[in-house]
Design a binder for this molecule. Structure first.
Ligand code: PLP
Length: 376
């Protein structure tokens, strides 16, 4: 008999919500291209526009500000490729931010990171003022919450500083919706990246929300889709699933409290089974769904493999960069030392997580990490 699986890797991908699945199945049979003028084309167009409204509602933006992409990696690449002379950025950003920042050749204004995982804004005002004074096209990019630690970043404060100096501001909000409020308008942002599969929508679709009036040259050039901002026939079933997932998230009332209770129970159990465990980012504001646990002396990849054999899916560091486990640039930026970095396991809950998932995790954890069960 195959073992029941317990999926606790929602910062990598949230299982498809039933609303998203239903929306996608309906749309698979829509024949038209959204750019065509006939009835089939208009039907496809209506699907795209309905989803645009659902996503705009989730993040408090205008529908005209939502531009569909192939995911958040494209959205981040797009905003970072817009010819900046200087970019203010912290070392904890996702690879889809750090790699294009490096490739851009822009001067890097480095935000330091505290050991609890929060990016620090000391000196930022002066650096942005100097950059603006030198007439450099400057962008500030700061993620809303980190995908490894779950630590929430001071985006509102950073955006206020950026605005003071006339600097553009972008946030990678991929890990935020459904976990913390996301209000594009109130934050005064210029651009915000979203990914469908982190909301329980399908993979391979996302959006860049761009404030009305902000000029951003197209990254993907082609037909005149997305009001000439992103070429390529729209992935209408993906977009429909993304929209349905966004609406489901927007209508969820107490998902964050539910996950926080379960996460706290999980961390209490971990501390009992492994008293030496360090909860990374514990004293910082954190997403309710994320527990990042290091047990000095144990190897993260061994723990992840042994947990997998026990039916538990979690990850070591960022799943997106698995294969190079142990070299988390986030933990490096936090200067927590190699002992912690080598042993850090991320457990991330979702709206579908229940008590019995936590119980299953703790039973397996006790077995693979507790006592003298494992030598590094
Ligand atoms: N940004 C963050 C914070 C992420 O966690 C991820 C995915 O892991 C991405 C960007 C990339 O998103 P996508 O998979 O849609 O390209």
């Amino acid at each position: 008999m195959t073992k029941k699986r317990t999926y606790l890797d929602c910062n990598a991908s949230v299982p498809l919500r039933r609303e998203a699945r239903a929306a996608m199945l309906t749309v698979l049979d829509v024949a038209g291209n959204p750019s065509s003028v006939h009835a089939e084309g208009r039907h496809a167009r209506a699907v795209v526009e309905a989803a645009r409204e659902q996503i705009a509602l989730l993040v408090n933006a205008n529908p005209s500000e939502v531009i569909f992409t192939s995911g958040a990696t494209e959205a981040n690449n797009w905003v970072l490729a817009a010819g900046w002379n200087a970019i203010a950025v912290a070392g904890i950003e996702h690879d889809s931010v750090t790699a294009p920042v490096s490739a851009s050749g822009a001067e890097r204004i480095e935000l330091s990171v505290a050991t609890n995982g929060v990016a620090e804004l000391d000196g930022l005002s002066e650096a942005l003022a100097a950059s603006a004074e030198a007439s450099k096209r400057t962008l500030l990019t700061l993620m809303m919450a980190n995908n490894e630690t779950g630590v929430i970043q001071p985006v509102a404060e950073a955006a206020a500083l950026a605005r003071e100096h006339g600097v553009m501001v972008h946030t990678d909000a991929v890990q935020a919706p459904g976990r913390i409020p996301v209000d594009f308008a109130a934050l005064g942002l210029d651009a915000l990246s979203l990914s469908s599969h982190k909301l329980g929508g399908p993979r391979g679709v996302g959006a860049l929300v761009v404030r009305d009036g902000v000029e951003l040259p197209a990254l993907i050039k082609g037909g005149g889709q997305e009001r000439r901002r992103r070429g390529g026939t729209e992935n209408i079933s993906g977009i429909a699933g993304f929209g349905a997932a966004a609406e489901a998230v927007a209508n969820e009332q107490d998902a964050a409290q539910h996950m926080a209770k379960l996460r706290d129970r999980l961390e209490d159990g971990v501390r009992r089974a492994t008293p030496a465990a360090v909860i990374i980012g514990k004293d910082a504001p954190r997403l309710a769904n994320t527990a990042y646990i290091a047990v000095p002396g144990k190897l993260a990849e061994t723990l992840v493999i042994r947990l997998d054999l026990e039916g538990i899916a979690v990850s070591a560091g960022a799943a997106c960069s698995s294969g190079k486990v142990g070299s988390s640039h986030v933990l490096e930026a936090m200067k927590l030392g190699s002992e912690i970095a080598r042993s850090a396991v991320r457990v991330s809950l979702g709206p579908q997580t229940h008590d019995d998932d936590i119980a299953a995790f703790l039973a397996a954890w006790e077995m693979v990490a507790g006592g003298a069960a494992l030598a590094a």
